[in-house]
Write a protein that binds this ligand. Structure first.
Ligand SMILES: Nc1ncnc2c1ncn2[C@@H]1O[C@H](COP(=O)(O)OP(=O)(O)O)[C@@H](O)[C@H]1O
Ligand SMILES: CC(=O)OP(=O)(O)O
Ligand SMILES: [Mg+2]
Length: 400
């Protein structure tokens, strides 16, 4: 069975085409910087040369059309026709309380995800655009949704409730849901494999830091707390999202600047975070470059980003009454040597002995960046949400 997986992030779209018969990746790639002036499409077909194209790609539907074209390209394609694709798996960020596992998409699933757009305004629309692009181009192929929120459904009520009148929960389902669950689950499983220890006995702090960013406390293989909340806005400082803020700031700012609800949402989701403080970019690469060139705003943005992440790591060590492994993943976590260094050199109180040299060596593979004597293991594990989605898609479609 050939499964295409589409992972629509807030600023990017990643894809992988798997041959499930032998777990082979036939092609993979990504479109980065969607909506910014120059989007980059990278297509890596198996045993063929990689293609890199820079063009303006304003939204996810165009990105998917380009991806399908690449898969059947005469030179760099890996399929004769898109009819060879048997199923498509999609990453959906918000599944609310309705979904604690992946599902085959039908009209009622689609309706529920559309209803949840309010709770993941940057993400659920992208997933629905992805679905509609697939349904237009491949009307007979089954689609599966895998939800970021599913892994976090094990959180205890004491972690997921907000201390506001409970009618907001009973009537409107206001609670913490978390996100990046598929990634945190993958990271947890890989960490246990890497350390050669059963996951049931491990306390892991998984730091998924990409454009969106979240930290999860994984105790015995289960998510027990996570930094994203009802929506992917809470928690860490992100590319364009504020992360934690005194909720009173929102109503105060709305009053002072006469903002509508939608303007306030847009301010917090699209115009805050690294972008707002650095005044340069939401992209950690550009912020770090400017900081290294002496830019003070970029320095402040970087310092705030690191400080907040360190606070969450401390909090989750307390939440689990200990920590065995701290793991970095996603765009920033996998690639930024300076971010990992800045975070880890100040975690001595936890028993972290950081190894600067190991931190600098290579990328794209699982590695330890703590010293062998460190009480707490520090690892980098490249995430693979696409593989997890393919696995679920294959299982559900095979059972159909
Ligand atoms: N070499 C790098 N150094 C620092 N940051 C990087 C590097 N490569 C990628 N990033 C960061 O990773 C982010 C994208 O992360 P990713 O997990 O792919 O995003 P998304 O949230 O869209 O899934 C970019 O915005 C950029 O800030
Ligand atoms: C939930 C979320 O923020 O996802 P991403 O990091 O892919 O934007
Ligand atoms: Mg992502």
């Amino acid at each position: 069975m050939k499964v295409l997986v589409i992972n629509a992030g807030s600023s990017s779209l990643k894809y992988q085409l798997f041959n499930m018969a032998n777990n082979d990746v036939l092609a993979k790639g990504r479109v980065e910087r969607i909506g910014m002036d120059s989007a980059i499409l990278v297509h890596e077909p198996k045993d063929k040369e990689e293609i890199k194209e820079v063009s303006e790609i304003l939204e996810h539907t165009t990105a998917i059309r380009k991806v399908l074209d690449k898969l059947v390209d005469k030179q760099q394609g890996v399929l004769v026709s898109i009819d060879e694709i048997d199923a498509v798996g999609h990453r959906v960020v918000h599944g609310g309380e309705a979904f604690s596992g992946s599902v085959i998409v039908d009209d009622s699933v689609k309706k529920e995800i559309t209803r949840l757009i309010d709770l993941a305004p940057l993400h659920n629309p992208a997933a629905l655009l992805g679905l509609s692009a697939v349904q237009t181009n491949m009307p007979n192929v089954p689609n599966v949704f895998t939800f970021d929120t599913a892994f976090h459904q094990t959180m205890p009520k004491s972690a997921y409730m907000y201390a506001i009148p409970t009618i907001f929960y009973t009537k409107h389902k206001v609670r913490r849901y978390g996100a990046h669950g598929t990634s945190h689950l993958y990271v947890g499983e890989r960490t246990a494999e890497f350390l050669g220890r059963p996951i049931e006995e491990l306390k892991i702090i998984s730091c998924h830091i990409g454009n969106g960013a979240s930290v999860t406390a994984i105790d015995g293989g289960k998510s027990v707390d996570t930094s994203m909340g009802m929506t992917p806005l809470e928690g860490l400082m992100m590319g364009t999202r504020s992360g934690d803020i005194d909720p009173a700031v929102v109503t105060y700012a709305m009053g002072k600047e006469d903002l509508t609800v939608s303007e306030a949402n847009s301010m917090l989701n699209k115009h805050s975070g690294l972008l707002a403080i650095s005044k340069i970019s939401s992209d950690m690469r550009e912020v770090t470059e400017a900081m290294e060139a002496g830019d003070q705003n970029a320095q402040l943005a970087f310092d705030m980003y690191i400080y907040r992440l360190r606070k969450y790591i401390g909090a989750y060590a307390a939440a689990m009454d200990g920590v065995d492994a701290i793991v970095f993943t996603a765009g920033v976590g996998e690639n930024s040597v300076v971010v990992r260094e800045a975070v880890c050199t100040k975690l001595n109180f936890l028993g972290v002995e950081f190894d600067s040299e190991r931190n600098k060596t290579g990328r794209g593979f699982d590695k330890r960046i703590s010293k062998d004597t460190s009480k707490v293991e520090v690892l980098v594990i490249p995430t693979n949400e696409e593989w997890m989605i393919a696995r679920d898609t294959f299982e559900l479609v095979s059972k159909k």
